[in-house]
Design a binder for this molecule. Structure first.
Ligand code: SF4
Length: 406
């Protein structure tokens, strides 16, 4: 359906990346089904330790933004000070939260401190309590709108949403993509992350070094058989059933598989009423290279102001990009459209760790969500392995004596 040769490979690498992932706390006020972090009450790191982690990022990694995650970072007592610290280092602070602890007052304090954006994780398997219990993904759009409106009212803060995609919630993704379109003026990014867990049907044994580990002691495991191999291309196919014109333009491959789409990105331009089109790979290449040339970093989140400049971008850059040319044609079809507010919006599908037949684990190549552990840069999605076993776990195919460790 898609070919990596026709998409732009995002230029992100270990030492030069758009994003870095900081966890000041592992404490959370929800219990998401697909979470890969142990919820530890009172696990707030001392502020100096968090500053030291920022130093490590800045020593090893050229980065555009810092995703402040966790746990839920809004529970971190020094969150406002932390946002100000990140901003003072010339980086964009992005708060990755479930939103539960966000009040108007805290939002204004964070804005004053220099917050650049928020990514709200909202989906139906978070145990959000009475009001949202039994609501499906589409019904949760009411909550998403509440957060998007809060940010819009505060002004000039980038707004993104994350949802984990499970076998039974894949069906809702097209409607969420449609909802995002209807709110293109205040929702800048939608991210869908395929659910991954260790499940009993996996044909592997797990090892910490030479020591065998019980699979059901791994923090992110399910006791029952579940579908843990939804691909980003499955999510794309589902969206295309409803919106055949939907097109991705850029990707990150897997470390073990060049033609897997660990991050699959689409960028669209339009108004609340009409999507004019989807930009192509050349546009993304121009934006990434241009940003790196001018600012010295690859761009991740763009400001609402920049998103509102979609029309200027179309008129300026359409000669270079086929997708943009088609979108510009739509724009110019009706001259009244030239006077309408036009926006840009990102839709991203993420496919975390994949297990190869020989036990190799394929990660996102140029992982943007790298975090700091013991002064090293490590995958945040597998941090629990380091915390509990001191090493990343290896998977060894069952009944394969040649590969097994004594
Ligand atoms: S490798 Fe893991 S931490 Fe890195 S981007 Fe992929 S899922 Fe996220």
């Amino acid at each position: 359906m898609i070919s990596n040769r026709e998409l732009y490979r995002l230029p992100w690498t270990l030492p030069d990346n758009a994003i870095s992932w900081l966890e000041p706390t592992a404490m959370c006020n929800l219990a998401c089904d697909g979470c890969y972090r142990e919820n530890e009450a009172g696990s707030h790191k001392p502020f100096d330790e968090v500053k030291h982690e920022l130093d490590i990022f800045q020593k090893y990694r050229n980065t555009d933004c810092i995703s402040i995650a966790g746990g839920d970072p809004l529970l971190y007592p020094d969150i406002v000070k932390l946002v100000a610290e990140i901003k003072s280092r010339g980086l964009k602070p992005i708060v990755n939260t479930n939103g539960k602890a966000l009040t108007k007052e805290l939002l204004m304090d964070l804005k004053k401190a220099g917050v650049f954006g928020f990514t709200f994780h909202v989906d139906s398997k978070q145990g959000r309590g009475k009001e949202w219990k039994d609501k499906n993904e589409v019904e949760l759009n009411e909550l998403r709108y509440h957060y998007a409106k809060m940010l819009a009212d505060a002004g000039d803060i980038a707004c993104s949403f994350n949802s984990t995609v499970y076998e039974d919630t894949l069906q809702y993704v097209p409607e969420l993509v449609e909802w995002a379109h209807k709110n293109i003026d205040i929702v800048h990014t939608m991210v869908f992350i395929a659910f991954r867990h260790v499940v009993p049907t996996m044909p592997f044994d797990w090892y910490a070094g030479g020591q065998k580990v019980d699979w059901d002691k791994i923090m992110y495991h399910s006791d029952t058989k579940r579908n843990v191999d939804i691909l980003s291309t499955d999510v794309l196919a589902k969206v295309k059933e409803k919106f055949p014109e939907f097109e991705p333009c850029a990707y990150l491959n897997g470390t073990k598989k060049a033609d897997s789409y660990k991050w699959l990105l689409s960028e669209r331009v339009g108004t609340k009423k009409k999507i004019y089109g989807y930009v192509g790979p050349k546009f993304l290449e121009l934006i990434m290279a241009g940003h790196h040339f001018i600012k010295g970093t690859y761009i991740s989140y763009s400001s609402p102001k920049l998103n509102r400049m979609a029309k200027s971008a179309m008129l300026l850059l359409f000669p270079f990009d086929k997708g943009l040319r088609q979108a510009t044609k739509q724009l110019l079809k009706n001259p009244i459209r030239l006077f309408k507010k036009t926006h840009m919006q990102s839709v991203l599908f993420i496919q975390p760790v994949d297990f190869m037949e020989n036990g190799d684990q394929s990660m996102c190549d140029g992982c943007p969500d790298i975090t700091v552990h013991k002064d090293e840069l490590v995958w945040s999605c597998r941090l629990e392995e380091l915390k509990n076993y001191g090493v990343f776990l290896r998977t060894v195919p069952k009944n394969n004596e040649k590969l097994e460790v004594e």
